[in-house]
Design a protein around this ligand. Structure first.
Ligand SMILES: Cc1cc2nc3c(=O)[nH]c(=O)nc-3n(C[C@H](O)[C@H](O)[C@H](O)COP(=O)(O)OP(=O)(O)OC[C@H]3O[C@@H](n4cnc5c(N)ncnc54)[C@H](O)[C@@H]3O)c2cc1C
Length: 236
């Protein structure tokens, strides 16, 4: 099998998939999108995450991370967008990857229920927590679902995927830590019956959950994706 081929095998009931790096795209600072090729279909849902394993030189280094797909299922490449600023062995390996290098995926999982039948959804993202929302927004556009869609994106510096997401949203709000609470309050008043999706660091998700519930949004209408291990820039 050539290095360009994707190998799929079953290991103890867990499906493992090998992906080959096609290209890396730089966004800002240490944030990159890694586009991978898969020669055979890799079924996944928009908004899903997966376990990613690398072959690291240091046998004691943590070699598996959970990552959300930033690509939508219909796109040519399978993509992950990662903030590598911790420079951990995992992140250094990702930053050094060259086209043709490979990694392994296993245990795809879902945190956020998608697609939904709703009149309105609101996405609230902290930093690179916006990755699953790129996947979901492109999926909604591709499947021509008619539904109001808003995004509040809080970030310390750049607003990742603004160029792609702004045109897809009925309301696109780029804010920072200081502006976030006010934007969420206004959004709740605009959209009391919407389904809300939150993604970011555990602290970000918890804070947003509390504000939504205090604003009268039922927990049944809130879906969350906690990026355990991720820290937004402004928390450092
Ligand atoms: C469902 C899910 C989706 C994610 N999607 C993305 C994504 O799309 N892009 C992205 O950049 N990151 C994503 N992450 C975070 C990613 O898995 C890594 O944790 C992150 O990239 C940091 O890895 P690191 O090697 O830089 O730092 P690490 O070496 O992992 O450590 C970073 C910090 O987090 C702490 N930490 C590490 N693991 C945990 C844990 N399990 N629980 C609590 N604290 C921990 C460490 O002590 C350290 O302080 C996601 C995480 C989850 C759970």
């Amino acid at each position: 099998m050539s290095t360009q081929e994707t190998q799929t095998r079953s290991t103890g009931g867990v499906k493992r998939v090998r992906l080959v790096l096609a290209a890396r795209e730089h966004h800002y600072a240490d944030v990159h999108t890694y586009h991978f090729s898969a020669d055979e279909p890799l079924p996944y849902n928009a908004g899903q995450y997966v376990h990613v394993a690398l072959e690291l030189a240091d046998p004691d280094a943590k070699r598996v991370r959970e990552l959300s797909f930033s690509s939508a299922p219909h796109e040519e490449h399978v993509s992950f967008t990662i903030d590598g600023r911790s420079r951990s062995p995992f992140q250094l390996h990702m930053l050094a990857m060259q086209p043709g290098d490979s990694l392994q995926l296993f245990k795809s999982k879902m945190h956020m229920l998608w697609p939904v039948i709703e009149e309105c959804v609101v996405f609230i993202a902290g930093g690179v927590g916006v990755t699953p929302f790129r996947s979901m927004a492109l999926d909604k556009e591709h499947s021509r679902v008619r539904m109001r869609m808003e995004l509040i994106h809080a970030a310390g510096s750049e607003h990742l995927f603004a160029d792609v997401l702004q045109p897809l949203m009925d309301e696109y709000i780029a804010t920072d830590r200081a502006g976030l609470a006010g934007e969420v309050t206004a959004c709740i008043e605009r959209n009391p019956d919407a389904r809300y999706y939150i993604a970011g660091s555990p602290g970000f998700v918890e804070g947003m959950m509390q504000q939504l519930e205090a604003g009268g949004i039922s927990p049944k209408k809130i879906e969350t994706d906690e990026f355990k291990g991720y820290v937004e820039e402004w928390q450092e």
